[in-house]
Design a binder for this molecule. Structure first.
Ligand code: PGA
Length: 251
């Protein structure tokens, strides 16, 4: 399965000029790397300008659950597809937290992305590990977020295990590779039970949360995932390219 590294720029950088520079540096840096798909998910307003950048694919950080209509402020999956977007991040914990996105909304967005032949990148993860209920939390969140996915379309999914406490902007540090491996196996088992072996084996499972240039090598070798969702470090092109290279050398 093709490995995947996704740059989630979140609400950065502040200008189109800087977005172009950043994308150009990443594109040059990854141009010689084989065997990894590199995706940039910029803010919506930069997508069109970045659509000609070579060697990287485009993702969006969200897309609405209806195709068109009176939904002030929303952006539709068909609009994004029209600009060359291939991947849609859905259910990121920041959207769940700051914008009140529910599993139901995430499920509808996931369904529509699949209908539009886009790849939904569905994010799940617990808020803390203070007790042992986090496995149940992740399982429920994952199944609820994927509740509208028909079995025959499940092979078009990407799932990210991203524990909220590990996200760098929360002051977090990356999860331990052994724990990520355990969670990756756990997530794959849920997908297997929900969609069957054939479909589940096609679903790429990523890890996100404080992946950086220094830990990427160890994480890529030991955590049993198919790639990473990278926030903070994706705004530092040299470091992001190091992550992509580490994934290429990988498991
Ligand atoms: P981080 O963010 O890499 O800065 O921890 C990851 C994310 O929130 O997707």
């Amino acid at each position: 399965m093709r490995k995947l590294v996704i740059a989630n720029w979140k609400m950065n950088p502040p200008t189109l000029k800087k977005a172009r520079e950043l994308a150009r540096k990443i594109s040059i840096g990854v141009s010689s790397v084989r065997g990894v798909e590199t995706i940039i998910a910029p803010p919506f307003v930069y997508i069109d300008a970045l659509s000609k950048i070579k060697g990287v694919k485009l993702g969006a950080q969200d897309a609405f659950w209806e195709k068109k209509g009176a939904y002030t402020g929303e952006i539709s999956a068909p609009m994004l597809k029209n600009l060359g977007v291939k991947y849609i991040i859905v259910g990121h914990s920041e959207r769940r937290h700051f914008l009140g996105e529910t599993d139901e909304m995430v499920a509808r967005k996931t369904r529509l992305a699949l209908e539009e032949k886009l790849t939904p990148v569905v994010c799940v993860g617990e808020h803390s590990r203070t007790d042992n209920s986090f496995h149940a939390f992740v399982k429920n969140q994952l199944l609820a977020s994927l509740q509208s996915v028909p079995r025959r379309e499940a092979d078009g999914l990407v799932v990210v295990y991203e524990p909220v406490w590990a996200i760098s902007s929360k002051g977090g540090a990356a999860d331990d590779p052994k724990d990520i491996l355990e969670m990756a196996i756990f997530v794959r088992k849920i997908l297997h039970d929900a969609f069957g072996k054939k479909q589940a084996s096609q679903i790429r499972v990523l890890y996100g949360g404080s992946v950086d240039g220094d830990n990427a090598e160890e994480l890529a070798k030991q955590s049993g995932v198919d790639g990473f969702l990278v926030g903070g470090a994706s705004l530092r092109p040299k470091e992001f390219v190091r992550i992509v290279r580490a994934v290429a050398r990988g498991v």
